[in-house]
Design a protein around this ligand. Structure first.
Ligand SMILES: Nc1nc2c(ncn2[C@@H]2O[C@H](COP(=O)(O)OP(=O)(O)OP(=O)(O)O)[C@@H](O)[C@H]2O)c(=O)[nH]1
Ligand SMILES: [Mg+2]
Length: 362
């Protein structure tokens, strides 16, 4: 384990006691759920303690199968996750859940956390649910979600389920951080097939027809199956490892109300996991996940450096000049880069020099 706490002080939020006590991360790793809850809160807050904890936990992760559950607001995602928790508990498996932006006011759904508190898993220390509002996190939702998933993974939960609203167009790209993605569609909304055509197919490993007890569910199931037979067999985003078969996307109709299809869905998730391991596709997915995580952090870093640049007089002048068409946007960029370089972004100075060199050659 890498000790990154040296510069940041120990990962604990109480003053050092007279007798040495285990710190939060050690307690989390030893199975202490209260320590886990506190670490998750610090991670969600995005503070230094949370960042230091994430860094220490990282080497302990990578064991959990991470399952994404995504779909439109009110599709029954939380109810479905609750049903899956039941299936996993029957198999004696622990389950960690991160629910992002639960219960939009429109859907009439209770948060998953509320359901658990009211339901059968209250007090079961093999089930841990964390709901996170996406509002107020700015661009940090994806980061916080990834770190929360990693912390539950390090704490030994397997699988870890992530519930998010949306299908690719949402504010966080769930497929980039999960191993198996369930795309939930419901009858009667009329947009299911459109969603899938608009990229959902590239995201979903398993297409779930939710609220399968409602009229229209069988029809939607048939539509989705029909669409799959017409779809490009091996789109670039899910290209199989050479020499291996691609995963055949499955359609499963589930009713969380009658429990119909829930066990079949849990089995399909396991089958997808086995496919990823057998075919070697898991390696590709983990690389893609690592790349997406790094790029997202790079983007966040650059955005933080860029934020507020327009407050600088020279940048404001450049903006005015572009608006008045006395300078081109590319010429104005040089001013912005100069300001960024002065504010401690060394790459900007190099980029500014390169740009003036290439303008000189023109
Ligand atoms: N008929 C029927 N209704 C369901 C089923 N599953 C969920 N519902 C209902 O659908 C509504 C929304 O359920 P949620 O599980 O909160 O949906 P959600 O997708 O998590 O909602 P948000 O997180 O707010 O987007 C609730 O009123 C549920 O009781 C089902 O299998 N059948
Ligand atoms: Mg929900």
């Amino acid at each position: 384990m890498t000790d990154v706490s040296a510069g940041d002080g120990p990962v604990t939020d109480v003053p050092p006691p007279a007798t040495p006590r285990q710190d939060l991360v050690d307690r989390l790793l030893a199975g202490d759920r209260r320590a886990l809850a506190r670490v998750l809160t610090r991670i969600e807050n995005g503070d230094r303690v949370g960042a230091a904890a994430s860094a220490r936990l990282y080497a302990h992760g990578g064991r959990a199968h991470v399952v994404g559950v995504t779909g439109p607001p009110g599709a029954g995602k939380s109810t479905l996750v609750g049903a899956l928790i039941g299936a996993y508990r029957e198999q004696g498996r622990s389950v960690g859940v991160v629910a992002v932006d639960p219960s939009s006011p429109m859907s009439g759904g209770a948060t998953l956390g509320d359901r658990i508190r009211m339901g059968a898993w209250h007090g079961d220390d093999q089930v841990f649910v964390r709901s996170m509002a996406s509002r107020g996190h700015g661009g940090g939702v994806a980061r916080a979600t990834t770190d929360l998933v990693d912390a539950l993974d390090a704490a030994g939960f397997n699988p870890v389920i992530v519930e998010t609203v949306g299908a690719g167009q949402g504010e966080i790209d769930v497929a980039a951080l999960t191993h198996t993605t369930l795309l939930v569609q419901v009858p009667g909304t009329g947009d299911a097939v459109q969603t899938l055509k608009a990229g959902g197919l590239e995201v979903g490993d398993i297409l779930v027809v939710g609220k399968g007890d409602l009229p229209g569910a069988a029809g939607l199931e048939a539509d989705l199956r029909g669409m799959l037979t017409l779809a490009e067999p091996d789109p670039p985003s899910r290209r199989a490892v050479p020499g291996q078969d691609a995963w055949p996307v499955r359609v499963i109709r589930v009713s969380a109300q009658t429990q119909e299809g829930v066990a079949e869905l849990a089995d399909a998730i396991d089958a997808h996991r086995a496919h990823l391991a057998r075919s070697g596709e898991i390696v590709t997915r983990l690389r893609a996940r690592a790349e997406a995580t790094l790029l997202a952090r790079l983007r966040a870093l650059l955005e933080a450096q860029v934020a507020g640049t327009t407050a600088d007089r020279r940048v404001a002048d450049a903006v005015a000049a572009v608006a008045a068409r006395t300078r081109t946007p590319d010429e104005a960029l040089a001013s912005v880069l100069t300001v960024l370089a002065e504010r401690g972004a060394p790459w900007a100075g190099a980029a500014a020099n390169n740009r003036s060199a290439s303008f000189g050659r023109r």
